[in-house]
Structure formats: structure tokens, C-alpha cells
Design a binder for this molecule. Structure first.
Ligand SMILES: [Zn+2]
Length: 385
């Protein structure tokens, strides 16, 4: 019997996100995901990752190409995100909807999704991205912003789902303190939760009411401390005009501080495997999608707003210490050059005001990350946290 080359779950999710969860067929653009009316904990997806070239030979499989390998048939390049009606329609008509025609539609739709996202209008699904703990990221907005409570209006899940959110709520009291947070890309800020959030549903979707701990302490940039100065491209220390090892402090120290913080990837430091940013993970999973810079920005917000208890840094301060708000984060290229990624940060800095800076952050290779994971698996006692 011939097996079908179905798409893996991750490929389906990624092709949906690249399409902004809207049907890619020209002239349709229908939203394909939203809360279900059936019950308060269900979520409906009415879209499908359809095969451009059929998944299996035989009648009913359109545009089947016998010259393709099974891997090519299952790859994201062979998938197009469509609403249920149009997924059925292209399966009846391979004359109107040739493979080339579908590829062109997909390209055009992705380009317009990407453009809308950059301009801040995600085709009616709301521009804001919200993180609820480390595993759940949704689009949505914040209808209530108070000192002690934020109410989040959730629209679409980017990572995690409604069941994972229910799990986050029910296991909240036993969870690690550093996982009890929410982040908002629109506000450029985040807060620790003081209690488990509560979920309710109204006619517009899910509402998550989040009781907040007090805003994390930030320090004035003048009190940021000092360190040996390092050359930005080589990390070499150098001598000042008097022949002493050069040092930097306060605002002059900030670029170096931000660069080194954003250069430590989670999983890279075997002594603190949970510390660091998730750029590496996001780059692997979301490269080429409009979500990548937004997910990275949320992660920078976490560094600015949430005290880090997960590592040797254990303190009331946030890792970025003096940053009160992340106004912007841009990924200037998705491809590392000499293992460095160029980024642009736009921060509000306590004691200074708005601060923009271009930095290049270090990006390990997959082999280097595998090597760290292997070391840690062999010697778990290395980890201090
Ligand atoms: Zn459609």
C-alpha cells in the first residue's frame, strides 16, 4: 500500500503562521482560527495545510509529482495554508489551480502578511503579541492595564494552546517563580504574576485576568557599575592612554552589557542551562517568518522586566537592570556572519531616557549547542540551577 506524505505538525503550524492564519487563496484571505462557540475551553482551526503537489499517487491526489522525494512532498515548500473550503476546492480542480499557480499565490500572500506585520496590522488578528509564562505566546491586546491587574484579550496562539494555558493556571502554585510572568510586545514591558490568572470567555474571545506583583526594581544607569572594556567585535580587552586596562561604567558600559546578555543563549552555559535568551531556539524554528523578530523582542522584554531567579544571577534586579521599557527590537539580518547577528535595540533607560543602539550578538552553531547538551547529559551535576 502506498503511504501518504502528510505534513508533520510543526510544518502545519509554521505554514499557518507564515500565512498569518488567513487563507492564502487570492481574494479569500479568510481568518482560519479563533475561539470555538462550543465550549469555553475549545479553540477552532478551520484552515488546512494543503499539499501543492499531492501527498500520494492515485485518484483524488491532485498535482502528484512522481519525481519528488517523500521529504520534498512533506516539506513546507510543498504546503499552502487555506481555509477548509478552498482546501477542498483545489483538490477538485488541478487545471485552474496548477502547482505553479498555487506557489505564486502562496508567495504573494506571505509577502502581504509580512508587510502587514511590519506595518503593525496583522490582517485583523491584532498587532500585539503576548507571552504567558515560557511556553505560551498569543496574539491579542490588553483592554485593561492597571497597576495591580492586566486583563489580556487572547486571539490566536502562536506557541502552546488553550489546554496548555489551562495547565499553566492549574499548576501555577507549584511552578517556578521565574516562569510566572506575562509579557506584552505592545507595552514593551512585562510583570511577574502574584497569583494564578483566571480565564473567562466573552463573545469576542478569551479574557485572561492577571493579578500582578509590583513592577520589578530597575537601577539608574549611573549605578550600572563598571567592567573591563571590551572591543565590540573581538571581545578583547585593551589599554587606555595611560597604559592601564581600559574600563567602562554607567551609560558607556551599557552597550557592552546588553551585547553580552543577548549573546548568551539558553542551553549554552552548562553551569546555568536555563539562563540566557532564546534567540537560537527561535532562529531555528521561525527563520523566514514574520514572527521571528517579534518573538525575539518578547524575549528581550523578559530580560528587561522579569527578575532572573534561574541562574547564578539570583537577585531582585532584572538582567538588563536599567531598562524600563523595550520600545523596539529589530533583527537586521537573519543570517549570522562569523557567528554574529546584527540587531538594533530601542530602549527606555532609567536615568537617561530613550537609547538606541546597533549591536552584534553572538550566535552558536547547532554543533556547538549539541556539544553543550551532550556535556550536560553526561555531567548533570555541572548545572548550578
Ligand atoms: Zn479561502
Amino acid at each position: 500500500m502506498k503511504t501518504r506524505d502528510d505534513f508533520p505538525q510543526k510544518t502545519k503550524r509554521n505554514v499557518a503562521m507564515r500565512a498569518g492564519w488567513h487563507c492564502s487563496l487570492i481574494g479569500c484571505g479568510k481568518s482560519t482560527a479563533g475561539p470555538s462557540e462550543e465550549s469555553s475551553d475549545s479553540f477552532t482551526v478551520i484552515g488546512e495545510a494543503a499539499h501543492i503537489c499531492g501527498a500520494a499517487s492515485g485518484p483524488g491526489s491532485r498535482r502528484y509529482d512522481s519525481s519528488m522525494t517523500s521529504a520534498e512532498r512533506k516539506s513546507i515548500d510543498n504546503a499552502i495554508w487555506l481555509c477548509a473550503d478552498h482546501a477542498r476546492m483545489i483538490d477538485r480542480d488541478e487545471v485552474t489551480y496548477s502547482a505553479d499557480e498555487l506557489r505564486a499565490m502562496k508567495r504573494q500572500h506571505e509577502e502581504s502578511s509580512g508587510r502587514d506585520l511590519r506595518l503593525g496590522k496583522v490582517q485583523g488578528i491584532g498587532a500585539g503579541l503576548l507571552a504567558i509564562g515560557p511556553d505560551i505566546i498569543c496574539t491579542g491586546d490588553i483592554p485593561t492595564i492597571g497597576e495591580t491587574k492586566w486583563v489580556l484579550h487572547l486571539k490566536h496562539f502562536v506557541t502552546g494552546d488553550i489546554h496548555e494555558l489551562a495547565g499553566f493556571i492549574s499548576t501555577f502554585s507549584g511552578a517556578l517563580l521565574e516562569h510566572k510572568y506575562i509579557l506584552s510586545d505592545e507595552l514593551g514591558d512585562g510583570r511577574l504574576l502574584s497569583q494564578a490568572p483566571t480565564l473567562s470567555k466573552d463573545r469576542n474571545g478569551y479574557l485572561l485576568s492577571c493579578p500582578l506583583a509590583i513592577s520589578a526594581r530597575r537601577v539608574d544607569v549611573k549605578n550600572l557599575g563598571s567592567d573591563m572594556a571590551m572591543q565590540p567585535d573581538t571581545n578583547d580587552i585593551y589599554l587606555d592612554s595611560k597604559g592601564n586596562i581600559a574600563r567602562v561604567s554607567g551609560l558607556d558600559y551599557l552597550p557592552q552589557k546588553v551585547r553580552s546578555l543577548l549573546s548568551m543563549q539558553r542551553g549554552e552555559n552548562v553551569f546555568a542551562p536555563k539562563a540566557g535568551v532564546r534567540f537560537f531556539e527561535y532562529l531555528e524554528a521561525f527563520k523566514g517568518t514574520p514572527w521571528l523578530p517579534l518573538l525575539m523582542k518578547l524575549d528581550v522584554i523578559r530580560q528587561a522586566a522579569i527578575p532572573d531567579k534561574s541562574s547564578f544571577r539570583d537577585s531582585e534586579d532584572t538582567p538588563l537592570r536599567c531598562v524600563t521599557r523595550v520600545r523596539g527590537f529589530e533583527l537586521l539580518s537573519e543570517t549570522p556572519v562569523d557567528q554574529r547577528l546584527p540587531v538594533r535595540v530601542d530602549f527606555e533607560v532609567l536615568g537617561h531616557g530613550r537609547w538606541q543602539h546597533d549591536l552584534s550578538v553572538y550566535m552558536p552553531t547547532r554543533e556547538q549547542m549539541n556539544e553543550r547538551a551532550r556535556l550536560l547529559a553526561e555531567r548533570p551535576s555541572l548545572a548550578l540551577s
